[in-house]
Design a protein around this ligand. Structure first.
Ligand code: HEC
Ligand code: HEC
Length: 159
């Protein structure tokens, strides 16, 4: 493998986690979140302008700050706004370029992006999702290390 390919490969482990349903069920371009292995959310809910549902039916009315018997939960449970932070089915190169660009990642400079991976409670939920839900193959510490290595190299992206 040449050096450029090796550099571009630094994003691969990060990409693999983003495609897991524990991430892509929220990070989706569909009109509503998905659940389990990527099937439509039951009951039918709407994303709403801020990714928090609509007045009649907010995400928080069912999703609490921890998993409950009725629904999974983590602090401030919501999904990205329409068109933002779409991971599901996004080609690796495009997602990589989205994530490293503060104009497209919600304003996160590299250091803040690394911290988000390490500290965000919604990301943390992916490794404590409750009974019957699979977890990403790589654990969170390994993901954080992979993100740090990618950022340290200047956030190189595959084509
Ligand atoms: C419950 C929904 C939910 C889950 C699950 C979730 N996220 Fe997010 N994520 C969000 C929201 C919403 C934002 C936008 C920032 C905000 O409003 O907090 C976000 C932002 C991000 C960002 C910041 C960059 C950007 O483009 O906004 C990254 C990186 C990220 N998530 C990665 C992940 C990864 C990796 C997983 C799985 C391990 C995951 N998320 C799981 C809802 C979720
Ligand atoms: C009326 C209650 C209710 C509302 C409102 C609601 N949810 Fe859910 N949600 C649930 C339940 C129950 C589940 C678990 C279903 C299951 O896995 O069998 C769930 C599952 C999910 C999952 C899947 C977790 C996983 O990976 O398995 C996501 C993501 C999600 N909801 C996001 C949202 C978002 C974002 C909103 C607001 C736009 C929202 N939900 C509004 C009840 C609700």
């Amino acid at each position: 493998m040449n050096a450029a390919r090796a550099q571009a490969g630094l994003f691969e482990p990060v990409f693999a986690v983003t495609q897991h349903p524990r991430c892509s069920n929220c990070h989706t371009d569909t009109a509503a979140p998905l659940q389990r292995d990527g099937r439509p959310h039951q009951p039918a809910v709407q994303r709403g302008d801020a990714g928090r549902g609509v007045a009649r039916l907010t995400c928080a009315s069912c999703h609490k700050d921890r998993n409950t018997v009725s629904a999974p939960g983590a602090p401030d449970w919501h999904m990205p706004k329409a068109g933002q932070a779409v991971f599901r089915n996004r080609p690796a190169g495009d997602l990589c370029r989205d994530l490293r660009d503060p104009q497209r990642n919600g304003g996160l400079q590299p250091e803040a992006l690394g911290r988000h991976f390490a500290e965000d409670p919604l990301i943390g939920w992916a490794w404590a999702p409750g009974v019957g839900r699979s977890q990403p193959a790589m654990d969170r510490a390994a993901l954080v290390a992979a993100v740090a290595a990618w950022l340290r190299a200047g956030a190189p992206c595959p084509d």
